[in-house]
Each structure stands twice: as C-alpha cells, then as structure tokens.
Design a protein around this ligand. Sequence first.
Ligand code: ATP
Ligand code: MG
Length: 571
Amino acid sequence: MLWTKTHIPTLREDPADAEIISHKLLVRAGYIRKLTAGIYNYLPLMQRTLHRVENIVRQEMNVAGAIEITMPVLHPAELWQKTGRWDTVGKEQMRMRDRHQHDMVLGGTHEEVVTWIARGEVRSYRQLPLNLYQIQVKFRDEIRPRFGLMRGREFTMKDAYSFDVDEAGLKIAYRKMAEAYFKIFRRCGFDVKMVESDVGAMGGFAAHEFMVPVETAGGEETILSCSRCDYAANIEKAISVPLTIPKTDEEPRTKELVFTPGMKTIEEVTSFLKQPAEKLVKTMIYLADAKPVAVLIRGDRTINETKLKNHLRCLELEMADPSTIMRLTGAQVGFTGPIGLDNVPIIADPEIKSMVNFVVGANKDDSHIINVNLDDFRIDEYVELRRAEAGEVCPRCGTGHLEAYSGIEVGNLFMLGTKYSEALGAYFVDKDGQERPFVMGSYGIGITRTAQAAVEAFHDDKGIIWPKAIAPYDLHIIPLNMENDQHKQIAFSVMEKLENAGYSVILDDRNERPGVKFNDADLIGMPVRIAIGDKGLKEGIVEIVRRKDLSVEKVPIDNTAEKAIEIFKEL
Ligand code: ATP
Ligand code: MG
C-alpha cells in the first residue's frame, strides 16, 4: 500500500482531551478520530489492526469448537424485561422506541438473544454441548466513557455463549474458553494474567478476567496476586483474610467531645489529634438504591464497595451527597459518626470489635468524639467489608503475600448456570426424557479495547511499537527521496517481493523530508522498517530497523527483501 493512496493523518500535537498514552498515540498516529463522547471512527490503520485482532480471535474460537453467528444489534425490550436486566442494567442500556411505540434496546451484550435462539432451536441433549459466538458492535451508555477505545459507548466485542447439559459440562466449556483466551492474548503479544473476578450484574456463580498488566495510567483495574501460589484476583473480588488483632489491655475511658475545626479527612484528624489512623473509625454514608446506610471501618482501611453492594443486594450504590448527610446527621461531610445515628442502619467491619478508646465524628460541625467504645452506640450488623491490600497474607496459601499491579481487562469468562435459561424458558430434553434448563456460560473479549491495550503496553517516547501479529502492516518501506529514481525503483521492487512472499507493506511515497518520514514511521509503529537513501546506496546497502529497539542492520541491496523477512520472523 502506498502512503498517498491511504489515509494516515498523523498530528504533531497530542489531543487535548486524551489522558492516557495509548489514547494520545492512537489519535496522533492517525488511527482514530472521536465523533462524540465514547464513539470513534476507526481510520484505515486502525481498521487493519482490528481485523487482525478479530482474525486471531476467530481462529482460536473456531479451534475451540465455537460456532460463529451474527445476532441482531436491536433487541425487543421484552426479552430484557423477562430476565430482569431491563432494571439491573438500567441507565447503561441504550434504548429507543420504534414507530409503533415498542421499546427497543441497542445490545450491550447478548445473553438474552442467544438464549432465545437456544430455546427455539435446541431441543435435545444430543445437540449439546453448543458454543455460539459473534464479533459485533456493542452499545453501552457508560457513566464515564474515557480513555479512547478503552471505555467506549460503542465498541466491538467477541461474545461467546456455551450451552451444556450440566455443571460438569459447563466446567469443560469454561476451561476450553480459558485455554483459547490464553492463546489469543499470547498471539497478540501480551503477558496476560487470568484472575478471579466478581460476577456483578451478570449473575451466575464464578467469573474470571483476563488482564494485561501495565505500568501506565491506562490500567483501570487493580489486581492482587500471591507471591508464592497462583492466587490472583481483581481487588474488588480479592478475599481479605480477617486480621487477628492483638487485644489491647487499655481500659475503656469516658467519651469526650473535642473541637476539630475544619478537620475533615482522616489525615487532618490524625495529625490534629495526634492519634494514629488505627485509632479512628470512619463512618461512611451510602445510598443503596436511594436508601441510606452507614458503614463503619477502621480509619486506615478502605471499604470494598463491590462486597458492600453484593451484601446489600442493591442495584445502585453511591456515596450520599452533602445535603443528605446534613439532613441525616445534622453536620457537614467529614464529621459523621455512629453516636445518635438513630435513623440509619449501621453496618460495621468486624475489625471494629477489638477497638477501644477510638475517635469518631460527632455529627456536629467541627467536632469529633474521642475515647469512644462499643457501648456508646448501636451496630446493627457486622459484615466483612474491608478491601484486601497489597502486603497482606494470601487467602489461599496463607504463606505468600499479596502483590498489587494494575491491569487492563481485555476479556472475561462467566459461569452463568441456569439464570438466563430459566428466566426465558429455555429447556432441553435430557437422556431420561426430563426437561431441563440449559447450563450456560458467557465469554467476552473487547476487540477494540485489546487493540488499544497493545499500545498502552507497547510504546516508547517516539510512538507505538506494535506486536507483530496485530500491526496494521508488517513492514514499512521508506525511500528517502521520492524524486530519486533509484530510491523509488528499489523501494517498489522490495515491496513487490515482500508482498509476493505474503507480507503486508506500507511504502511512504510522500515527497516529505526524511526526518518527517522517520518520525511518522516511529509514531505509527510497524515492526520493521526499510530505509533506502543515497548514503547507503553508495556503499551498496540499505538499512533495516527494528521498531522495538530501533536497532539497525545494514544489508546488501540485493538481499533486502530476504533479510527483512528474516528480521521480521525473528521478532
Ligand atoms: P468493565 O468492568 O470494564 O466495565 P464489563 O464487566 O462490563 O467490563 P463485559 O460486559 O463482560 O465487561 O464485556 C466483555 C469485554 O468487553 C470486557 O472484558 C472488555 O474487554 C470489553 N468492554 C466492556 N466494556 C467496554 C467498553 N465500554 N468499551 C470497550 N470495551 C469494553
Ligand atoms: Mg462494564
């Protein structure tokens, strides 16, 4: 492909609205253009990378025995109402009405539709196991679309769904998908990790995520993994081992109101009162489906909101706003405490049980209470809600320690069980003539997110460094001077040889200065580049450059194509 015949609009400046490096690079290198929040055009280079990711996914899904179909993007609302997800997915769902005033949904995932297919088409255990997948656009009205393709409102996903006669069958299907995922992500160049995750609104009983570890800001998820065994979990899901706190022999004292002007945060209160954070109890007020609930946790701990949400079985969980806090406690944010909080249910993390003479907010502006003890207030329920942290002992082996790193979730696996088949009446007849609901699994890969994750994981200060399996082109040829017939002639003949050998090539045929061409080549990131210029030609050589470390090989002109292929293969 000639540069001037395609469209690669590279930019000098980073886009103003991009926060992470991969988003900046994809815009600057001319891969994507934003239409509106979370919705992007994929320009020619992006389109080629997406095709390559899709093809890897498609090949490995086929090898794993999954069958490709295409389901509609538009769904009748009725299906979603039957499974209850019309309410649980709620605002994240893109909805519309047709001309007959029927509610319709733009699909963000396809459990409902695929179960509808199985219900109509699969009658007997003899037709099982079955795994159906598609690669298709999805719509989700994300609360915070951001980071380019990482969290879009329109994006491409591979979604597969397995149907089995029983749980044992589901486990086999699940394992096959996990194996396929390892192959897919390794082919894409990632050192991918499979971690335990929360099932969330999807329902079901087990789930894993595939994470690409990154050291940049693009990692939206935090993963905790054991230093000794293979335990690894999303921090939302990670089990926090109850800590054994040494009993103190401190005698309980009498509580006392103290003046803490403007001291609202844990740091401010601890330094003002000269008390360590372990001596504080934080009181957090949440709204669970609009109903207030107070949660108590030690000052130096963090609440795991996923655990809290699962415990409360609510659809929406958010921190109460300042006016609600004022109404419930009579004080500003920062001075909330459990004493006298009669109108709100109080949940406490069990660690509180062993605390004495601690500090709480006074439900009065600019005031805290010190020397508080458990007898001073009411606790309705103790629930383990502490977020596991790096450095803690591993909940599985009990000897290793948890290490934290950040990652990008590129795919996930869910054991759904019979939630969807029962809700939609999808039954088959088993060996004994009994009707039974399909036992299902659901398996997603974010195609567009995976492509951007590669940029987040592989780049340098000059630009993108594509893993070779998903680069838009394998090789990039740069004739330094397009007005020099010899440069041109060599460039075109090398391109022809490479293309005949089955490689994809971009040739920069612009009348630009060499510096511009080299900068653009570094920016767009093809794995191998061939530069043809006067200096080399005088000595009978061309330069072949590996993008990953910019290392240069000088090779005889006649061997250019063969040498370039050799270098590409060795990457
Ligand atoms: P997240 O926790 O990141 O919101 P999810 O649990 O909603 O993800 P799934 O519904 O299982 O994700 O979607 C499957 C895959 O699709 C994810 O692993 C991710 O790679 C991708 N994905 C999900 N949401 C988005 C999005 N808004 N933009 C791009 N890709 C997405
Ligand atoms: Mg989501």
